[in-house]
Write a protein that binds this ligand. Structure first.
Ligand code: ADP
Length: 543
């Protein structure tokens, strides 16, 4: 017989985060770089009042429990307000990736059946294209400097909340009710919807802020450079406020990120590796001004070891390399060193940090072979990575769970290939779909990319597979090189790779470009590269 405990039945709810933030950290600040270049700043207490006004205004407009409310916005304080107000009234906040095409986004908005969309005024022109393809009842604009009113149903945000009461009783809802909907980035396929619950997001918030994970505390100033629409801004809008840290939002001003770090004293910043690669030279130049910055949280793609070394050695900034998925809210593993690693030489430490790290408390990981047999944690054997946790999706939005994505015993199939060593450090070899099959053998484009980046002339690099009559597929490298170019760069790079890889791994061709195309969340856009190769070089590419 089960003996039930006698503890309170107290559902986990997003309201607990903002109530705590307001009561205990009400004077902490949220900074936003506005489109006009000025920094807006207000306190958690002010945010809390506006969140309640927003909830009242949406209720008056007819938004009900379970309704989806989309945001089409950069990282701003208004966006943060929706992150709280929508779930607190029992509705579902749905951040849209503003960099997807109107065709991609219209499918998403129509599938989600968004009843209201909050549009950041600086994107009103691009939104107008999307608007023609969707059927959304209400549109609320903010930061609209262009006086560009899209339709008569457009409401201005400040007017919308101005009249609303700042008293609102957040109901403690069923902890399993939906609170947010976020689509995957769609890097190697169609974006898929993940519908989070209050319970899953609260548990993620607690687990993701352990000392060896985000490790954010009250004295931190946190800057999520990661867009709030990329996997819920990696949970930082909730994690930072629960911890009582100041928050710095850069709007859409990527070129002012370093200024903002210097002006607001950012201590922890988070973003994909391509962001940190691009900002590195400026951060290096302004090293003294950005001395407050002591930790980078990096994920979404592998962080090249050379860049980890640059940040740690040259700038003295700790790099925490993380792996996650939209499906995991998104935190899965985090790479911090163990006590036993502290005495290792620096280069060995950086090699460990280039791995994606150990599962955060609450996450279980395993690797399996094609027959679903679990593989050993020996740091060598490669298998498909599978995961489960209280904050991992059990199915996709409006889709029945299929064995393509979920195992019969309840694990998520990540689509990633990985090794795990005996200490529990996971290393992503590649996405299954990215692996190149040449003459019956597998080639990892990520491994080639990593070594290419160790060459002093290489600024950016990626490798993809193209069909080949004889071998099935062959690798091609696409590379950005620094201006002080050496002659015959392809030969030089071939020789560089030959020191690490067998001959058949060496790309047949090196294509030099000015910039590598990126996806809407800043990941290397392999689909765009394939198209570029197909059209420019008349080489058809796979997939
Ligand atoms: P998408 O799969 O469309 O890019 P997500 O943004 O949710 O959607 O990305 C999840 C995927 O990103 C993972 O399955 C993995 O392939 C990749 N990923 C995330 N973090 C890392 C990392 N640190 N190193 C390598 N790959 C990563």
């Amino acid at each position: 017989m089960i003996m039930f405990g006698t503890m309170m039945t107290y559902p986990l709810n997003i309201s607990q985060i903002i109530e705590h933030a307001n009561l205990i950290h009400g004077d902490k600040r949220v900074y936003t770089l506005l489109p006009n270049g000025k920094v807006h700043s207000y306190t958690y207490a002010e945010l809390y009042n506006r969140v309640k006004q927003l909830a009242n205004a949406m209720t008056a407009l007819g938004i009900c429990r379970g309704d989806r409310v989309a945001t089409y916005a950069a990282n701003t304080y208004q966006h943060l307000e929706f992150y709280y107000a929508v779930p607190l009234m029992g509705a579902v906040v749905h951040p849209l990736n503003i960099r997807l095409s109107p065709t991609q986004l219209s499918k998403i908005v129509n599938e989600a059946e968004d009843k209201l969309i909050f549009v950041d005024g600086q994107f009103s022109e691009q939104f107008a294209k999307l608007q023609q393809e969707i059927d959304c009842k209400h549109i609320v604009h903010f930061n609209n400097n262009s006086e560009h009113s899209l339709t008569e149903k457009t409401i201005h945000y400040e007017q919308f909340i101005a009249e609303a009461d700042s008293e609102y009783d957040f109901e403690i809802q069923d902890e399993n009710s939906a609170m947010a909907l976020c689509y995957t980035s769609g890097t190697d396929g169609k974006p898929k919807g993940v519908l989070y619950t209050h319970r899953s997001m609260c548990l993620h918030t607690l687990a993701a802020n352990q000392a060896d994970v985000f490790g954010i505390n009250e004295s931190d100033v946190v800057m999520p450079v990661v867009p709030m629409f990329h996997a819920m801004g990696w949970g930082l809008p909730y994690v930072s406020m629960f911890a009582g840290a100041d928050i710095v939002l850069h709007g859409n001003n990527n070129h002012r990120i370093v200024d903002l770090i210097a002006e607001t004293g950012v201590t922890v910043a988070a973003g994909v590796p391509t962001v940190w690669a691009k900002l590195y030279p400026e951060l290096q130049k302004r090293k003294r001004e950005i001395s407050s910055l002591h930790r980078l949280i990096v994920g979404g793609e592998p962080m090249p070891p050379t860049l980890i070394e640059g940040y740690e050695k040259e700038l003295g900034i700790e790099v925490r390399h993380a792996w996650g998925m939209t499906e995991m809210s998104p935190t899965g593993t985090f790479c911090t060193l163990r006590k036993t690693h502290q005495k290792l030489p620096d280069t060995e430490k950086w090699n460990i940090k280039a791995m994606q790290g150990r599962p955060i408390p609450g996450v279980q990981i395993r690797i399996v072979n094609e027959n679903s047999v679990e593989l050993p944690w020996d740091g060598k054997t490669i298998g498909e990575l599978q995961v489960r946790s209280p904050w991992t999706a059990g199915s996709y939005y409006k889709t029945k769970p299929s064995t393509e994505h979920f195992t019969e015993d309840g694990w998520l199939r990540t689509g990633d290939l990985a090794t795990i060593n005996k200490e529990g450090y996971m290393h992503i070899v590649d996405r299954v779909k990215a692996i190149i099959r040449s003459g019956g053998e597998s080639i990892s484009p990520t491994a080639i990319q990593r070594v290419l980046l160790t060459h002093s002339q290489v600024v950016e690099a990626t490798v993809i597979g193209v069909p080949n009559k004889k071998w099935g597929e062959r690798p091609i490298a696409v590379v950005v090189i620094s201006s002080d170019t050496v002659e015959n760069i392809s030969e030089v790079l071939k020789q560089h790779l030959a020191t690490e890889f067998p001959k058949f791994w060496i790309p047949d061709r090196f294509i030099i470009v000015d910039e590598i195309p990126k996806t809407g969340v800043g990941k290397i856009d392999k689909n765009a590269i394939k198209q570029l190769i197909a059209t420019e070089f008349n080489i058809s590419s796979k997939g």
